[in-house]
Design a protein around this ligand. Structure first.
Ligand code: NAD
Ligand code: ZN
Length: 353
């Protein structure tokens, strides 16, 4: 199956399938006629897939760059190291960067590709569920600063996104369910059917039976939103449902306690609680979502220091003129943006709790 993301000269295809990697050269040839590849991955993914890739890509002149797995690798220091390695392998603007890994790999590889020599083309081969449903599509690339997540970045669309569902087999349960938090997000903001589909799936095996459908529908929502608002001037904001608090929590715990999806799960719950209390969200939505998230082994409760997390949220780059846009849910499948002044944020989120 395929989707086409229509962004004028930045348009590209997303290909879905089990075992797609076996025909990698064929798909690469759709967008790149050259022979030199600069492949960025991390040391976990390398362990599982390097041999296979080297065999499949035997006719290419490839260089591997291996990141240490984890969010802490998404830094400018590592970007500088990647540039060095690119120079050492004489990478030019006619060559191709391949991001082969999860969201961390995709974000940093896409950023290095956007900026090395003012831009080298790149492709995304996402290997986590999260990167397959979300981060590999849409062209947001970047790195974290100590001051906050994703504070440096660019819009850089890939030339193609290749989604091979068979690589999900090697994911740990934790990262498998992590990615489903973003699918719940899509369901909440835009697609009640997708939400209901997930509700009917009791375990990883059952999710895998429907995985192509889940990935396709998730990417299709992302496609629609990104086509409408590539550079996030408006609509694209809805993809941040659960992320304002989620990003706050990730940082508050120094990226150690929660994965991205887990933090987003908690973030969605906080906003739904607020929404029901404020009469914005239809009653019962919180319970229904909580039940689904629990069924997907995602966290729904955490006793963090609220003042501290609010402080972190105030530094979010998306805040404008001291205001924060909260993505709220009226009912499953329908979002609503609510602007809150930074100084009102604490009460808005936590009043009477
Ligand atoms: P990740 O890249 O760290 O991957 C998670 C873990 O899974 C890592 O340990 C990795 O080594 C391992 N892994 C990856 N593929 C595997 C496989 N097939 N088999 C076994 N293990 C595998 O993290 P992630 O959860 O994929 O992505 C999170 C990042 O994505 C965050 O930095 C977040 O900010 C970013 N993100 C970006 C966007 C965007 O639009 N650019 C959207 C959402 C999230
Ligand atoms: Zn996310």
């Amino acid at each position: 199956r395929e989707l086409h993301v229509n962004l004028g000269e930045n348009s590209y295809d997303i290909l879905f399938g089990s075992g797609l990697l076996k025909n990698l050269p064929e798909y690469i040839k759709r967008v790149y006629k050259g022979k030199k590849l600069f492949i960025i991955t991390d040391n976990n993914v390398e362990k599982y897939y390097r041999e296979q890739l080297e065999t499949i890509l035997k006719d290419y002149d490839f260089t591997f760059y291996i990141l240490e797995a984890g969010e802490k690798s998404k830094t400018l220091d590592n970007v500088a190291k990647i540039y060095k390695a690119m120079i050492n392998s004489s990478l030019s603007r006619d060559d191709l960067v391949v991001a082969f890994g999860g969201g961390v790999t995709g974000d940093i590889a896409g950023f290095a590709a956007a900026t090395y020599m003012r831009g080298v083309p790149f492709i995304q081969i996402p290997t986590t569920l999260l990167s397959q449903v979300d981060s590999s599509v849409g062209g947001k690339v970047g790195v974290d600063l100590v001051e906050g997540k994703n504070l440096v970045g660019a819009f850089n669309q890939p030339k193609i996104v290749l989604i091979d569902t068979s690589v999900l087999k090697t994911l740990t349960d934790r990262y498998f369910f992590d990615g489903l938090a973003e699918v719940v997000k899509y369901g909440c903001i835009h697609d009640e059917n997708l939400f209901s589909l997930l509700e009917g799936l009791k375990n990883r095996e059952e999710v895998m039976e429907h995985i192509e459908d889940i990935l396709f529908r998730s990417c299709d929502i992302k496609r629609e939103v990104v086509e409408e608002d590539e550079k996030e001037h408006g609509l694209r904001m809805i993809l941040n449902f659960g992320h304002t608090v989620g990003h706050g929590l990730e940082q508050y715990y120094n990226y150690e306690k929660y994965t991205h999806g887990e933090a987003v799960s908690l973030g969605m719950i906080e906003i739904l609680e607020t929404g029901e209390r404020e009469g914005i969200t239809e009653k019962g939505t919180l319970e229904r979502t909580k039940k689904l998230l629990m069924q997907l082994n995602l966290p729904v409760e955490d006793k963090y220091n609220r003042e501290d997390v609010i402080k972190i949220m105030k530094r979010d780059k998306k805040n404008k003129k001291g205001e924060v846009n909260f993505v709220m849910i009226e009912k499953i499948g329908k979002h609503k943006i609510v602007k809150i002044k930074e100084e009102k944020m604490y009460d808005f989120l936590y009043k009477n709790r």
